[in-house]
Design a protein around this ligand. Sequence first.
Ligand code: FMN
Length: 166
Amino acid sequence: MNILIVYDSLYGNTKKIALEMLDALLQQKESFGQKMKVEAMYVQDVTQEHLLEADLLIVGSPTHGGRAKPSMQMFLDAIPLGALTHKKVAVFDTRFLEREQNFALRALLKTIGYAAPKIADVLQKKGGEIVLPPEGFIVKGKTGPISNGELERAREWAIQVIQSIL
Ligand SMILES: Cc1cc2nc3c(=O)[nH]c(=O)nc-3n(C[C@H](O)[C@H](O)[C@H](O)COP(=O)(O)O)c2cc1C
């Protein structure tokens, strides 16, 4: 099975989470009982050929204004309809924690939503099969840091993704 983790990142937090997932999957590779290749790539380096080769895509973006970062959106738009047929997909984002924000920002975050569910919708429209609900990992501020425990949660989530398709 070919697993490709595609990430976007402005300040490095989403990249760090993606690489943590990569590390967790590489460490557990032998225990999954089938041959696996796992790679993580920055979204702007991913070509249609990379997508063609992947059996499972794990896609992650920071949340910007309630949706994916623009470079991730361009990547998603460029995927032809049907190109993800027979491919499994799981999506995560990084985001603020609503209850740590002031009233106004909390209301705004609730209204505009987050990147991962929107990315999942697009990937599904392009033919992908979503294997786990979209997940959010928490950062404390715009530039980070990643909240306590989130790197460990990211490792566990990535393993759950694989377990859900075995
Ligand atoms: C332009 C901009 C818009 C943002 N909008 C949101 C938002 O709507 N909701 C949210 O939870 N976080 C928002 N954030 C905070 C991002 O979640 C945070 O910067 C990101 O998770 C950090 O990831 P990165 O280090 O990979 O760039 C925004 C950040 C920027 C720079």
